[in-house]
Design a protein around this ligand. Sequence first.
Ligand code: NCD
Ligand code: ZN
Length: 347
Amino acid sequence: MERLEIISPDDWHLHLRDGAMLKAVAPVSAAHFSRAIVMPNLVPPVVTGDDARRYRERVLAALPEGSTFEPLMTLYLTEDSDPDDIETAAKSGLIKAVKLYPAGATTNSQSGVQNFDKVRGIFERMAEIGLPLCIHGEIADNDIDIFDREAEFIEHVLDPVRQTNPELRIIMEHVTTSQGIDYVKSAETGLAATLTTHHLVINRNHILAGGIRPHYYCLPIAKRESHRLALRAAATSGDPRFFLGTDSAPHIDTAKQSSCGCAGCFTALNSMNILAQVFEEEQALDNLEAFTSLNGPQFYRLPANQTRLSLVKQKEPVGFPTNIPTDGGPVTVFDPGFPVFWTVEAT
Ligand code: NCD
Ligand code: ZN
């Protein structure tokens, strides 16, 4: 038996939703993760400090008795967002980041930013107060091929934003391409990236070859194998610019298995198990703690967790439930498609 003890992990990109779904998935994340950056793309979105305060209360109410899980709140950036409200929410400690969705890029992003000139003042204020910006880095333009949207975004949006606001600290979220990895590596300071569990595991063949598999459909969409390999190399390298953001994004099965299925993989339940397997395969178990527990807090300028978590390698593959029940219907759990031998013990 092999045992690996690490500082408790955080999830730097998580969708907890609201209502019945929140009640079902919050305990799942809290079982393995100490903190999470909670995405604000509810309907309607979490735009103001007051929205975030109320949403935080609902998240806390959905946690099991005695849970110490800490939701790190974010605000959804709109062209009408108020820089004073953002500053107040940041200075009170309520929010840890602002999230930028290009309008139309993904689930519930209708209220996102279309004209980047309109949020220039907000970027300046955020740079001034040291509040990081989380970016969904895809061009939302139907003329751009879905597999090219991340690379195009880097060139046409992200790089210009960084040139204009060199002091703004940016997290390029759920990077899915080698261009994204190279771009993050090219920056000395002020830029980091989250990587999801599922993008280390699947490429676009998993979604599309031999039948269409809606539970592997997420945004940004998984790319070809060479990109997956670049993501794995970055995640397992120990490079402090890369850390875990699962982007666990639950949708009920009927919303996924539809003629127009929603984007999102529900990975909160088995991410840590799968990551241990991936890092073992890459002979990089020594770097797992950096990826899940150290690099994120360092970039967000927060202390690492005090608690620890153990990963234990079993003789037989571990079974995961196919789905979890919610009051709205079942949510399918991400299937990595290979045997996973690692279990998790929170200590
Ligand atoms: C997310 C969701 O469902 O809210 N979906 C996804 O595929 N990742 C939105 C997002 O983060 O893009
Ligand atoms: Zn997301």
